[in-house]
Design a protein around this ligand. Structure first.
Ligand code: PLP
Length: 371
């Protein structure tokens, strides 16, 4: 990528995705240390940053590989990692074929929850003359994907182990239903522990011992060691954090590494100011579980929320502040859900203080390689 970009934050054209590199470094190191200290493999989910440069930093700090959701993410991340888990059901011949077409040097693992998906993936693997490893996804409470009984999971695992082109490696689950504040997760973690231990035992009894037990999220990240069956964690949001992470207490305000830099473009209507970041820069995500709390929050003036949005307009509610912005003033905004913000933007700028140190392509955004 060429290096011709403004060196000062104030000179960036807005809206712009800005990453505080000190905060990013700290977030990456903290999770890497946690995983190392607890003997857990860290396989970060790239959906949050979608950028090879951040993935490479995660791998340098000891990540065992990467987790992806989309074929595009997997293709882009194959440039920096030879060990990729696609944690998304490979249903649809086109999706399975595209995954099987990843470079042959990549150890590809897929999480799936049905015999149909196993059949689809096995066909694609055989056609591509490669072996694809499989984790069988169990629903341990989120009720999104995953077999709803362990026996159904064992049946899928058996089918996988008998399929040419596939190799059964273990089980996966996603504790996305645990959104309580970190200090109030005891009951849910105990429930998860019981369910997971039973599942692992059942797979052993069936002669299909899971070598890998893959779980983890950002809200539960710092308590994963309370689930002793887990061997691998897949947090994604922890790299940047956001208002959703803050709401769970899994990070502090100072750990929010990604903001959207925006400019005040209108103060014409009393009681509010309008910035040039609307839904096309910020997304329109509620803070999960807390409706009516705005769409984003100002870094320098946390009492100010983005209360309404159009596509290119964000409305700052000034009713709870004495701050009165002037036209042309720039602000930095902490989004509700940071993964949506990266998905909506092409480029991120890495800053330390006021200095723009580098910029990078959010290369794995979208579905296809740009034409
Ligand atoms: C399957 C899977 N694994 C891991 C993650 C990462 O979780 P978090 O966003 O809480 O870091 C996600 C997030 O959507 C996910 O869907």
């Amino acid at each position: 990528m060429n290096d011709d970009f403004p060196q000062q934050l104030a000179a960036l054209e807005t809206p712009a995705v800005v990453v505080d590199l000190d905060r990013l470094d700290r977030n990456l190191a903290r999770a890497a240390d946690y995983a190392a200290n607890h003997g857990l493999a860290l396989r970060p989910h790239v959906k949050t940053h979608k950028a090879p440069i951040v993935a490479a930093a995660q791998l340098r700090l000891g990540a065992c590989g990467l987790t992806c959701a989309t074929p595009r993410e997997a293709e882009v991340m194959a440039e920096v990692s030879d060990d990729i888990l696609v944690a998304y059901p490979p249903i649809g011949a086109a999706r399975a074929r595209r995954l099987a077409a990843l470079p042959s040097g990549v150890q590809l693992r897929i999480a799936l929850d049905s015999e149909d998906a196993a059949r689809e993936m096995a066909r694609a693997a055989r056609d591509a003359k490669r072996e694809v490893a499989v984790l069988v996804e169990l629903d341990l409470g989120m009720h999104r994907v995953g077999t709803s009984t362990v026996d159904a999971g064992v049946a899928v695992a058996r089918r996988v182990s008998e399929s040419e082109g596939l190799r059964f490696d273990g089980i996966a689950f996603y504790p996305g239903h645990v959104r309580e504040p970190v200090g109030e997760q005891d009951a849910q973690l105990r429930e998860l522990d019981v369910a997971l231990s039973r599942a692992i035992e059942r797979f052993h009894d069936a002669g299909l011992p899971p070598r890998v037990v893959s779980g983890g999220s950002t809200p539960t990240l710092w308590r994963t060691h309370e689930l002793p069956g887990v061997t691998e964690i897949r947090p994604g949001t922890y790299v940047y954090n956001d208002r959703g992470t803050l709401a769970t207490g899994a990070c502090d305000w100072d750990d929010c590494a990604l903001t959207v830099l925006a400019t005040v473009v209108s103060t014409a209507v009393p009681g509010q100011a309008v910035i040039d970041a609307g839904t096309k820069a910020l997304g329109r995500e509620p803070v999960r579980g807390e409706a009516g709390e705005g769409f984003a929050q100002l870094l320098e003036h946390p009492e100010v929320l983005v209360s309404r949005m159009s596509e290119e307009h964000g409305i700052l509610d000034l009713s709870r502040t004495t701050w009165r912005p002037s036209l042309g003033e720039t602000v930095r905004i902490v989004p509700n859900h940071v993964c949506i913000v990266t998905h909506l933007n092409d480029v991120a700028f890495g800053v330390r203080g006021e200095r723009v140190e580098r910029r990078w392509s959010i290369a794995a955004r979208g579905r296809e390689k740009p034409l």
